[in-house]
Design a protein around this ligand. Sequence first.
Ligand code: KG4
Ligand code: ZN
Length: 341
Amino acid sequence: MAFLLGIETTCDETAAAVFLDDGTILSSVVASQAAIHARYGGVVPEIASRAHVERLLPVIDDALQQAKVTPEELSAVAVAYTPGLVGAILVGLSAAKGLCLALDIPLLGVHHIEGHIYACQMSHPEPVFPCIGLVVSGGHTNLFLCQSANDLTLLGATQDDAAGEAFDKIASLLRLPYPGGPSIQEAARQGNPKAFGFPRSLMDEGNLDFSFSGLKTAVLYAAFGQNAKNRDRELSESEVADLAASFQQAVVDVLVEKCRRALQQHQLRILCVGGGVAANRLLRDSLERMAERERVTLVIPPLSLCTDNAAMNAVATEKFRSGQFDSLDLDAVGGLIRKRS
Ligand code: KG4
Ligand code: ZN
């Protein structure tokens, strides 16, 4: 039995976890920075990096203590090295390398998106692979063909904003608090999702990509007039509710339809979903209905495994067992996953 430490700092969650080489999770600690970024209406990369520096060692200590494991008992460190905010990743990666060097143990680089899909396997009793994977967060909106936990092929990606980013930006436009997802969802409860016929982009046959910039502009103009010329206008509560509900419906319609297409195109019967937007009630309900209609199994992990965490870095246990270690030269690779155009 070997103990592994997981470290995650790709965005604004500072996270560490301890797990066994068979994937059993012993502890998982997440320090969210949401409150720090709230006043800016989105994650500020430089502030995220600094906050990781302050929090990472206490978070690692907590994870080790909760698991009752000492650093000397660790057999490897599994750290997310891509994709995400490069400055933020560097903090986790440097700490991981330092620990590996000091403890003379191997480093395992984790592809963060593989972790999000693996989180579905962690929360489902049957094997989920092969499956279609949807990762929807503040940074990602991607569809994958997942042959195994370490074999993902990108089928579709956002060409502009991620879905969560669109929620955050529209919330800020409607003067709702950050993070935007939960506040749009709350405002939408009182609204009519058919009040505005907002665009559903890239719906041409077979297309699996996403675009939310046209939708964003449509909401802006619906709220403040053509070219947003009345930008200072006060919006009534019912206007905000209708705009939020119609916006949310447009995003969800597109996400659900693209998942359905991907499942159909690849003749697969399992859909795995990860990322913070998977918390959205309308999205969950709509995906469930689609899955029932299409006779597909839908796997959405509990929220603590949907949002960024280090327990899902247990995806690296397979690499650990087969001795596929990374060198201490491993680079942080920032940015988003995009399709080559
Ligand atoms: O996965 P996550 O915690 O962090 C990363 O982006 O990596 O996702 C955060 C995103 C934010 O954009 C937030 O607005 C969105 O997930 N989100 C939601 C909901 N809860 C969080 N979006 C829609 N509906 C929600 N209930
Ligand atoms: Zn993530």
